[in-house]
Design a protein around this ligand. Structure first.
Ligand code: GAR
Length: 190
């Protein structure tokens, strides 16, 4: 299975996937990292792993359709089977969604449908709920909506700070995202 990972920032999930592939846990190839932020640290990580990078922002395009058509061109050229959103902080538009129906997955740091959006960890922490978690789901036209593939709970401890909670959430993300990708790779094989 050939995947493209989309990231906008730090890229720790991208790295976890790259490592799981390198160690043989995940039977897939990262065709390229797509990054909509040319200065994102994810790009440095891709260079360390010798993974090709495609990076451009929507700014240079007339509209989102043109931006996503350019992305689609690369996905087609590289025969990508699955698009993996790993901290890609943009809504996926109908152009990409219709071309890759049921073949785009996202990770989100909360127990969806609770706390969608950009600040899932902080929002749960500030809400004072006893637990939050991680969700991997297929992407639809909404923000952090779409059929759930996997979810894991993470307790919020009385002594937690936002930072300690973030660390534990990321540890879970780095474990379950590669696992889900491996499940999808097995299915893709038929
Ligand atoms: C991850 O925690 C991911 O769940 C979150 O962005 C972070 C990216 O970290 N995504 C969302 O909030 C999507 N709404 P990373 O760049 O280190 O992988």
């Amino acid at each position: 299975m050939r995947i493209a990972v989309f990231a906008s920032g730090n890229g720790s999930n991208f790295q976890a996937i790259a490592e799981a592939i390198a160690s043989g846990e995940v039977d897939a190839t990262i065709a390229f990292l797509f990054c909509d932020k040319p200065k994102a640290y994810a790009i440095e990580r891709a260079k360390q792993y010798n993974i090709p990078v495609i990076s451009f922002t929507p700014k240079g395009f007339e509209d989102r359709v043109a931006y996503e058509n350019e992305i689609l061109k690369h996905l087609a050229e590289e025969k990508v089977d699955l698009v993996v959103l790993a901290g890609y902080m943009r809504i996926v538009g109908p152009t990409l969604l219709s071309a890759y129906a049921d073949r785009i997955v996202n990770i989100h740091p909360s127990l969806l449908p609770d706390f969608p959006g950009r600040h899932g960890i902080q929002d749960a922490f500030e809400a004072g709920v006893p637990e939050t978690g991680v969700t991997v789901h297929f992407v639809d036209e909404g923000v952090d909506t779409g059929p759930i593939i996997a979810q894991e709970k993470v307790a919020i401890l009385p002594e937690d700070t936002l930072e300690t909670l973030e660390t534990r959430i990321h540890q879970v993300e780095h474990r379950i995202f590669p696992q889900v990708i491996q499940q999808l790779a097995q299915k893709n094989k038929g």
